[in-house]
Design a binder for this molecule. Structure first.
Ligand code: F0G
Length: 472
């Protein structure tokens, strides 16, 4: 099993965690026979497992971060005044300093921020281009009876392409769409990093060009900023001319091209719950305030308690720490390199918040209806007590018109790594678990639905093992 590469000692903290434990949470230890029973009782759906049945939980990097001592102490400063709390102003100042947007409306999480923004900007019949909509973002555009359009570059849909910025938007395609739809596209969105294709970053050059095209056509540019810090770090590492630019300046430059952002603070806010929508323009902020009050709460708390606003204000300032981001993204790369070394097919290159296994190439004898990503998630849990999630046919759901599976571009298994929670040694365990699954890949069962709910089926569906269909 590979060990920490001490030859990288000269790379500041890329080889280890730049923090130490002050409080610990025991990890449940289970035996294989127990895990086989647990997952069967859960209807072969990892979402239905109890957390106490999971040893290493890579289901999501959302809301699963460990807060710092500074954040825990910030909680004690929480001001629970209904209106105008000190906590709100500390958050507003953090958003101004870190992102450069003057106006902020707290919201209880990312999708709530999307709801407020789209009620403000999007009318029925309009179109919203994005490099790649996250599921809730897409659903909120549709909820406004508007049309979400994914305009990522073709490399972004090819798991084997090693393009350094697979989150980029196809600028030519955007130009064509806006020529045709100009007046009906109120805003363009860029998701940084791009979650659904592997935590892949958007380059500064692409941000600049997308901003120019959007504004020329009278559309605003908003970031889905859930993983803005990881995107900034990957710009620093990969884009010519940015190696020596401080991360705070990179973030300012990114945001300078946009009119605002939505934020799921459960990711790069380093908190367990929270979000916001931020604006450069005061008029827009005023319009959005009505919807924030309607859906979330008064403009200075928006669904969050004062103490949580304070923890978020502290988290936003911490997340750009170079040692943290270097270790964070380094840990993702560490797991990626181990799995790649074993010959396991992955989405390349390593992204910002997780490793994405290419389930279609891992199980080439599976058809799509055999649910390869789902089968891998069950096998990995049985093997090592590691919980991960399919990003493939099950997650994509059915086409509402035809009722057929809405097959996505890729069949993936996402190993999302929580922030500041697991050690590099935990990554070794994940790699060993997946190595064992890889060795018995030819004997893994397929899965079929035994219960399929009509919407967001992956959360509550149950499955049964099934022989792999023979494909011509
Ligand atoms: N945008 C992106 C890019 C996301 O990844 C998420 C959530 C959201 C918006 C919605 O934010 O959950 O706070 O309402 N992603 C989680 C995940 C759920 O597991 O990737 P939320």
């Amino acid at each position: 099993m590979p060990h920490v590469d001490l030859s990288r000692l000269d790379e500041p903290l890329a080889w280890a965690e730049p923090y130490r434990a002050k409080m610990v949470e025991p990890i449940p230890v289970t035996r294989r026979a127990e895990r086989e029973r647990f997952i069967a009782e859960a209807g072969y759906n990892p979402f239905r497992l109890r957390a106490e049945q999971v040893s290493i939980d890579l289901l999501t990097d959302s809301g699963t971060a460990a807060m710092s001592d500074a954040q825990w102490s910030a909680l004690m400063l929480g001001d629970e005044s209904y209106a105008g709390s000190r906590s709100f102003y500390r958050l507003r100042d953090a958003v101004r300093d870190v992102l450069g947007f003057d106006h902020v409306l707290p919201a209880h999480q990312g999708r709530a921020a999307e709801n407020v923004l789209f009620h403000t900007l999007v009318q029925p019949g309009q179109v919203v281009p994005n490099n790649m909509h996250f599921d809730t973002t897409k659903a909120h555009v549709q909820n406004r009876h508007a049309r979400p359009v994914d305009l990522g570059i073709p490399d972004g849909r090819d798991p084997q392409s090693t393009h350094p910025f697979k989150g980029n938007m196809d600028v030519a395609a955007l130009e064509v769409l806006l020529e045709e739809e100009g007046p009906t596209a109120p805003l363009v969105m860029l998701t940084v990093t791009c979650n659904n294709n592997g935590g892949q970053p958007v380059s500064m050059e692409n941000i600049r060009r997308v901003s120019e095209v959007a504004h020329r056509h009278g559309a605003l540019l908003f970031f889905d900023a859930a993983r803005f810090a990881e995107n900034a770090y990957l710009i620093q590492q990969r884009e010519p001319g940015y190696r020596d630019v401080p991360l705070s300046e990179i973030v300012h430059e990114m945001m300078s091209h946009a009119d605002g952002c939505t934020m799921s603070a459960k990711k790069d806010g380093l908190v367990n719950m929270g979000g916001f929508v931020a604006f450069r323009d005061e008029t827009l902020y005023r319009q959005a305030s009505s919807f924030a009050i309607l859906y979330e709460g008064f403009v200075t708390y928006g669904g969050m308690s004062g103490r949580d606003l304070d923890a978020l204000a502290a988290g936003l300032r911490e997340v750009l720490d170079e040692a943290y981001l270097s270790s964070r993204v380094g840990q993702v790369r560490y797991l990626w390199e181990q799995l790649d070394g074993l010959g396991i097919p992955l989405v390349a290159p390593a992204g910002g918040h997780g490793v994405y296994v290419d389930a279609a190439r891992f199980l080439p004898h599976f058809g799509r209806d055999d649910l390869p990503g789902w089968a891998l998630s069950v096998a990995l849990y049985e093997e090592a007590g590691v919980r991960a999630t399919e990003i493939g046919t099950v997650l994509a759901g059915r086409d509402p018109e035809t009722g057929e599976h809405d097959y996505p571009a890729q069949e993936l298994l996402r190993l999302a790594i929580p922030r500041r929670v697991y050690s590099f040694r935990h990554m070794d365990v994940v790699a060993e678990g997946l190595r064992r699954v890889w060795e018995r890949r030819e004997s893994l069962p397929a899965y079929r639905f035994s219960y399929e709910p009509p919407v967001l089926r992956h959360f509550t569906a149950t499955f049964e093992p099934h022989p792999v269909a023979v494909h011509p």
